[in-house]
Design a protein around this ligand. Sequence first.
Ligand SMILES: *Cc1c(COP(=O)(O)O)cnc(C)c1O
Length: 373
Amino acid sequence: MAVSKPPRILYTKPSITALEAEYAADAAANGWGERCYDYINRFEAAFKDHLGVSHAIATSSCTGALHMGMAALGIGPGDEVILADTNWIASAAPIAHLGARPVFVDIRPDSWCIDPDLIEDAITPRTRAILAVHLYGNLCDMERLLAIGGAHGIPVIEDAAEAIGSEYFGKRAGSMGRFGAFSFHGTKTVTTGEGGMFVTDDAALYERVLTLSNHGRSRGQPKQFWPDMVGFKYKMSNVQAALGYAQMQRIEQLIGRKRQIFHYYRDRLRDFPGVRMNPEPSNVVNGAWMPTVVFDKETGITREQLSATFAGENIDARVFFHPLSSLEMFDSVPANRHAWDIPARAMNLPSYHDMTDHEQDRVIAIIGRLLDK
Ligand SMILES: *Cc1c(COP(=O)(O)O)cnc(C)c1O
């Protein structure tokens, strides 16, 4: 008889309860006609409330929210936007869509987020924004970023797709920049399947994005079917918003469980020499979207070895983001040494809401075995 594999441990999986199913069924049955925006309005209001911001627009994705926000800031051909080299393509794609150029800066080896010390050298007369991406729930040094942006008259914007639940000196990720963008993709802490949110405290910017999001039709336009400009179509549906609104009723539970899973790994891996996890410095709360291990060079442990070992144990762990500047469509910047080096000895660990302690113990045991070799 063949030896059976241990049961599969998933990487991510949304937590969907009877509440989400109830709201989505209600939206599907009743959320039409005059009620076609009910759940969208409720979801936006709950999200604003959670974040402590004045304006929110639900979108079909975080990429769409970033695209519209950057367009509303006037970013266009020939412009430059500074961001960390370590990122998912979704943060850079909207910059390229607008005809602007992403300028990739190295990360700090402890936070894996943009290194503020390197930003001023990357600023040129064409710089139109600094994009702060809070990688895996870890926070960018917002105080430094906002100071640099302020000194140069350049807006700091936040891609907080991975940072629901993260707080910086009491302020929630996504609420500190000129605008913030969130994702509700199925892998994220709060999900609507696909979806996103644009948030801002800037009333004028909100109006511009609202107009852009409605195919360029401004709120004050009395004529029907009369776009005032060429806009976008990145709207969220009412059925998706019903899922999102239910998730917002459970937001503390969803964030709390992510943090609990992270702390369980961290507290047990702390005694293993040569492995580091997401930082959580004082005055910061890490929303812990993605618990990640980075092995010291001296351990000799590689991404390939990690991938093969986890796959062999039927565990779905994923690789750390490749440097965007290593991709063919962008200029290569190997001088971003941390962004080019860390992914080669790092791994994202499974962290879905319903995973058990026993499953986490299996993951931890594998790491222990690798380090013992
Ligand atoms: C998931 C993610 C996105 C993309 O979100 P979509 O909703 O899929 O567009 C953007 N930025 C970051 C940092 C992400 O993790």
